[in-house]
Write a protein that binds this ligand. Structure first.
Ligand code: FES
Ligand code: FE2
Length: 420
């Protein structure tokens, strides 16, 4: 029996009694004080996905990740032993940012044999050791052994690279991910190396944006094309096939609609012509058997599972391709959004066109969400309404805000214990 069964009867929400059924507040999306707490309680404590192993293909491959919400800049590098390591991007001499290209506030990537500080030329090897100090003899009691780059906890799962900024993480990565996310292991992410990456700076709290990607209740109203009449419920809405929560993580699965059986007005003409679009290429290459965990509710016919990995990573798995979202808070009312579409490398021009069309149509729909959520943020900031009813189709929204509140409360409790 999995730890996330489908309720035999009744609502999804009541299946998780700790969530309650009352209205909820979105003050956590407008309060500056709450935002400051999220830095410490969440982003400096949780495992954070910063990239994929394909981003570091060989010895000396590196990239930097600016994690402004946690006040950190991190270097990810593949060492001579093949290991991926993470370090704070700070020179041990006088604190210059060690790795950057044109602008010290921007991320950079490349391949190198060692890192050389731009300021006084100290050098560090790919394993973070301090290997060269200009005029070393003029320093006092300088022990180069202990002046290597400051390491950051780093681990990988299914090719996803995670870091944890705590001095001693309270859980290892696998334990943190838990059995439901762990069940996705074996999904062929490593075969889907043709990637389309986009970024956007959005005018909404990071959680509001994530909320729009963990419920489909909004879809008939905001993206009517996405749920044509043929796949709506008798009331004209849309009902998801499966929801589950496991620890701080969530999943929603929907049944698959075969696009080619839908009427022409349900899609853009280019989707019909290229046989690709909103739900990706209509035919995807055989990537072998998928792990059962990709469809934990056993939905048949299965379309997509959308895993929300706490706090800010979302992986949407289709049968032959995937999408990834990351939400990086930049202020209470803004966030930096990163998204990646991953396909198996095109073998023909047709396949390449299918991937391009899927990317463009995806962007069109994401813009619909991004544009509208600026309105949600603006209205919440007025403070005119302080509690909001949440339906059963929005159970994951309820869960997400509860988990965030729980982590913040735990941090506050621990901070008080330290003081008293
Ligand atoms: S600050 Fe890096 S070498 Fe001086
Ligand atoms: Fe949407």
């Amino acid at each position: 029996m999995p730890p996330w069964p489908k309720p035999p009867e009744g609502s999804w929400t009541e299946h998780y009694p700790e969530l309650g059924t009352g209205p909820i507040s979105f003050d956590d999306c407008v309060s500056l004080e709450f935002y400051e707490l999220e830095r410490e309680a969440i982003f400096k404590r949780a495992w954070l996905n910063v990239g994929r192993v394909e981003d570091l293909p060989r010895t000396g491959s590196y990239f930097t990740k600016e994690i402004a919400i946690a006040g950190a800049s991190v270097i990810l590098v593949r060492g001579g032993d093949g290991e991926i390591r993470a370090f704070h991007n700070v020179c041990r001499h006088r604190g210059n940012k060690l790795v950057w290209a044109e602008n010290p506030r921007e991320e950079s990537a490349g391949v190198c044999r060692q890192f050389t500080c731009k300021y006084h030329g100290w050098r560090y090897d790919l394993e973070g050791r301090l290997t060269f100090v200009q005029q070393e003899g003029e320093f006092f009691d300088l022990d180069t052994e202990v002046r290597g780059l400051v390491p950051v906890h780093c681990d990988t799962w299914s090719g996803f690279i995670f870091v944890n900024l705590e001095r001693e993480p309270r859980q290892g990565l696998r334990e943190f991910l838990g059995p439901m996310i762990g069940g996705l292991e074996g999904y062929p992410f490593d075969q889907m190396t043709e990637r389309y990456d986009f970024v956007a700076d959005n005018n909404s709290n990071w959680k509001l944006f994530a909320d729009a990607f963990q419920e489909y209740y909004h879809v008939p109203a905001l993206h009517p094309q996405q749920v044509p009449i043929a796949v709506r419920n008798p009331e004209g809405g849309f009902t998801c096939a499966y929801f589950a929560c496991d620890g701080p993580h969530r999943v929603v699965s929907t049944a698959g609609a075969r696009r080619w059986t839908l009427p022409p007005e349900s899609m853009y003409p280019i989707e019909r012509v290229t046989r690709s679009g909103l739900v990706g290429p209509w035919e995807t290459p055989d990537v072998g058997e998928l792990p059962a965990g990709v469809n934990p509710g056993g939905v048949e016919p299965w379309g997509i599972s959308n895993f929300q990995i706490f706090p800010n990573l979302e992986i949407l798995t289709y049968a032959g391709w995937y999408i990834l979202y990351r939400y990086w808070p930049t202020s209470p009312g803004t966030h930096h959004f990163e998204t990646t579409l991953g396909f198996h490398p095109a073998r023909t021009v047709r396949e390449r066109v299918e991937h391009e069309v899927a990317s463009v149509v995806f962007k069109e729909f994401a813009l619909q969400d991004a544009g509208m959520l600026g309105g949600t943020q603006a209205a919440l900031e007025t403070g005119a309404v302080d509690e909001f009813p949440i339906g059963d189709q929005e159970v994951l929204v309820r869960h997400f805000h509860k988990v965030v509140a729980d982590w913040v409360a735990a941090y506050r409790r621990e901070a008080l214990e330290v003081v008293s």
